[in-house]
Design a protein around this ligand. Structure first.
Ligand SMILES: [Zn+2]
Length: 339
């Protein structure tokens, strides 16, 4: 990506082992993220461009001399952040705050919408999938690199537990995975706030019990109507815009919690007064998806959850620019890339 709307497919030098802790993986599947749409809409021109993409699964092609657990030929999930797996925050299960870590698809570290990608700190970062996974599971395995783990994180931060009422703000891939996560954690009522027919249908398949397509005050009123006038115990904020956050805080019941995973597009969090007077906890951030793979993987392998259904379009590398356009125009929910 060179600037907003300017996505090109180019030949670049093959990724190489630079540090002895690196690996190189051949990407078998990658995808376009809803968060990639922020630079797609706003990015200033940069001369060198930015190799995009932070979600992938693939096969290890090469490892550096100090890589111990990851081996050539391993089939791996690449979380969107790299991490050493050994620092204080990695031990706390917060790999997105790893003191040696960082993110793929930035100007510093090339991304995975590519044939191959260099993986810093390979032992801490990559998650080898031991089983010979069926081809039909690949889409769902790919979601463990970001969107499914991110939806799960929102649900954990929002303190979803059995029998609780949950609202999911946003019907993108993360919101839809948030519905899966809420259902998986035992929520009794799951309200999806969204307005796109295809996404709503999928949300219902995933376990949403109610749909609210209004916005702003009307949405708040509808959610209160659906919850005995009080609002929900848990809100998953999966958008990142001011109005979404405002709605999220306004529909939490007193003592409730908002788990925010939408990348914020503003400097301040709205809803300070209702959050304060209702004792609403607001938390969240980049999901430590590396920590969640272990928990979510068995349910994917056993077919108990099917987050891969969020992909409704597949393109080759040449189709990536149009994939961005399609997601940005809400023509596609989430675009998979098969390099
Ligand atoms: Zn670390």
């Amino acid at each position: 990506m060179y600037s907003a709307g300017d996505v090109r497919i180019e030949n670049v030098p093959d990724p190489q082992i630079i540090e002895p802790t690196d690996a190189v993986i051949r990407v078998t599947r990658a995808c376009v993220c809803g968060s990639d749409l922020w630079p797609y809409q706003k990015m200033e021109h940069i001369e060198t461009g930015r190799v995009m993409g932070h979600e992938a699964i693939g096969v290890v092609e090469d490892v550096g001399a100090d890589v111990r657990t990851i081996k050539r030929g391993d089939f791996v999930i690449m979380p969107f952040a790299f991490s050493d797996g050994t620092c204080v925050f990695c031990h706390d299960g917060l790999q997105t705050s790893c003191i040696h870590g960082g993110f793929f698809g930035t100007t510093e570290v090339a991304g995975a919408q590519a044939e191959a990608v260099r993986i810093p700190l390979a032992d801490g970062t990559l998650f080898p999938v031991g089983a010979h996974a069926d081809d039909a599971l690949m889409a769902s395995l790919l979601t463990l690199s970001d969107v499914m783990g991110t939806g799960h994180h929102a649900a954990i931060i929002a303190r979803v537990t059995p029998g609780k009422s949950v609202a999911v703000v946003g019907d993108g891939a993360v919101g839809l995975c948030g519905v899966i996560a809420a259902k998986r954690l035992g929520a009794e009522q799951i309200i999806i706030l969204g307005r796109h027919a295809d996404r709503i249908a999928l949300a219902k398949d995933f376990g949403a019990t109610d749909v609210v397509s209004e916005r702003g005050d009307a949405a708040v009123e509808r959610v209160r109507d659906l919850t005995g006038g009080y609002g929900v115990h848990s809100v998953l904020e999966c958008v990142g815009l001011e109005q979404a956050m405002n709605t999220a805080i306004s529909i939490a019941r007193p003592g409730g919690a908002v788990g925010r995973v939408g990348v914020p597009q503003e400097q301040t969090i709205p809803g300070s007064e209702p959050a304060f007077y209702n004792n609403v906890t607001v938390g969240g951030g980049p999901a430590p998806v590396r920590a969640y793979i272990e928990e979510l993987l068995p349910d994917v392998l056993e077919g108990n959850i099917e987050p891969g259904r969020v992909f409704d379009r597949t393109v080759g590398l040449d189709g990536v620019p149009d994939g961005y356009r399609a997601m940005n125009d809400r023509e596609a929910i989430k675009v998979m890339v098969t390099p």
